[in-house]
Design a protein around this ligand. Structure first.
Ligand code: MTE
Length: 449
């Protein structure tokens, strides 16, 4: 046991996890092994001129010209829709071997450990479907906007995609996080990699029409209509209540675009709701109906599911905002540090209440903190990338990040969060994540209270 692990009361190591050794190996095989590759040649060799270094090391990769560099390359449009290099084929969204799949009701996690910056490539955006996904014909898709009674909305309308796409659009970068992200950790179950602890999280540039524009086009009466019901067209009967203040702010978007192209079918093509800062379930996909009403709708997905059981036996309902949170993505669980020396520690932070103001990183399990560099420009309700320098001395370490948003909210420890929320929740776990590094360089998931 490491010195840090021995500290009384400070470290509670999570039970290894719920997977068998074989399953853990399978999961770990999917990691990006960049740490192994990148730091081999670092250090003293850096200063030597390239030619001298090559001769000194006899490295065939620099001394011998590969055949491809002296022949014709492949012609343009060999791949009319560009794909990642075959050498990146392990960077995939993955289903957790620990979660049961019930028909199409499943989730695939985003490989956060292999991503840079803040934008999630559309093909790696996490997926969560309650009844599977469809590739919907946009020429047949319609959006109906109506009121629960006539006095709330004067001119109910049915829009075609063409009609929606003629209206003035906005494009904004926002994160989407499933309320259940990091849910397994409530019960002190240490899931092995960041893909599974935090991978129900993605960030894209979304393009579409503010919902406000459509409601005003249909003659909404904001004094009476204080809630919106959003309904999806898939078999899950997904319906969620959105408070009208969010719509009036102009932030809620009826989106058709994602990262410069149409939405991907798995993410709701051709139309989805974007509700910045709010848990993913309200981002209704394959959006077919918006109704305005004068009270919350208490649908199955807000009365039975997506509620938080509290220690006193009561539950919280409509707890939609994703509070300030962060996670170190490299190094993270399942990766191995090759040897001691310099590392760039990198991660993402986000808040459903606005912009990220500061991220602190600890290398000793939360005793000392160092402020990280934030890579700007910082966007509202979007992922924010942070980096921090670290020189690893080869001794056991516990890496943590702690985000603070523009409202002054500080990301809690597990101890602080459990004190208020208990341990019976599934949703809204925004506690500080800890990665333990041992002398061999292996990184694992532990919980520090
Ligand atoms: N909308 C419909 N119509 N059906 C669904 O199953 N899943 C919700 C939400 N919108 C869902 C839906 C949930 S629980 C989440 S977390 C997000 O979509 C996931 O969005 P994504 O699959 O684009 O990542």
């Amino acid at each position: 046991m490491s010195d840090l692990a021995k500290q009384p009361g400070h470290l509670k190591k999570a039970p290894e996890n719920f997977l068998s050794d074989g399953q853990i190996e399978a999961v770990a095989a999917g990691r990006r092994d960049f740490l192994r590759k990148s730091f081999l040649a670092a250090g003293a060799a850096m200063a030597a001129p390239l030619a001298a270094r090559a001769a000194e090391q006899g490295d065939p990769n620099i001394l011998n010209l590969p055949e491809w560099s002296t022949t014709l390359g492949k012609p343009v449009a060999t791949n009319p829709y560009g794909m990642p290099s075959k050498f990146e084929s392990q960077l995939l969204r993955r289903e957790s071997p620990g979660l049961a799949r019930v028909g199409g009701a499943s989730v695939s996690f985003c490989p956060l450990q292999g991503l840079f910056g803040i934008i999630t490539p559309s093909g790696l955006h996490f997926e969560r479907h309650h009844q599977g996904w469809q590739d919907v014909d946009p020429t047949k898709h319609r959006l109906m906007v109506n009121g629960s009674d006539e006095s709330l909305l004067k001119k109910p309308k049915v829009y075609t995609m063409d009609e929606l796409m003629r209206l003035p659009p906005v494009s904004r970068i926002h994160f989407i996080e499933c309320g259940a992200n990091t849910g397994l950790e409530w019960g002190n179950v240490a899931v092995p990699t960041v893909q599974y602890t935090h991978g129900m999280l993605s960030c894209s540039e979304f393009t579409g029409v503010p919902l406000k524009t459509l409601l005003e086009d249909c003659g909404v009466d904001y004094k009476k209509a204080r809630y919106v019901l959003a309904e999806g067209a898939d078999g899950s009967s997904m319906t969620r209540t959105i408070p009208m203040e969010m719509v009036e702010s102009g932030e809620v978007i009826v989106a058709y675009g994602q990262n410069g192209e149409m939405l991907r079918p798995e993410n709701g093509y051709p139309l989805r709701l974007v509700v910045p800062g709010v848990q993913g379930v309200s981002w209704v996909k394959w959006l077919r109906r918006i109704e305005v009403g004068d009270k919350p709708y208490a649908t199955k997905d807000e009365a039975v599911h997506y509620i938080d059981l509290l220690p006193n036996g009561l539950h919280r309902q409509y707890s939609s905002i994703q509070e300030c949170k962060s996670v170190i993505t490299t190094p993270s669980g399942g990766q191995t540090l090759l040897n001691k020396g310099f590392f760039n520690v990198s991660g993402v932070a986000w808040s459903g209440r606005g912009k990220i103001k500061q991220v602190d990183v600890s290398f000793d399990g939360g005793i000392n903190w160092k402020t990280a560099r934030i890579e700007g420009p910082v966007q509202n309700k979007a992922l924010t990338r942070f980096n921090v320098d670290w020189v690893w001395d080869g001794k056991p370490a516990i890496l943590q990040s702690r985000a603070i948003d523009e409202t002054g909210y500080v990301q809690p420890t597990y101890g602080q969060l459990r004190k208020v929320r208990g341990t019976k929740s599934i949703y809204h776990n925004n506690a500080i994540q800890s990665w333990k590094v041992v002398e061999s360089g292996e990184v694992t998931n532990v919980q520090v209270l």
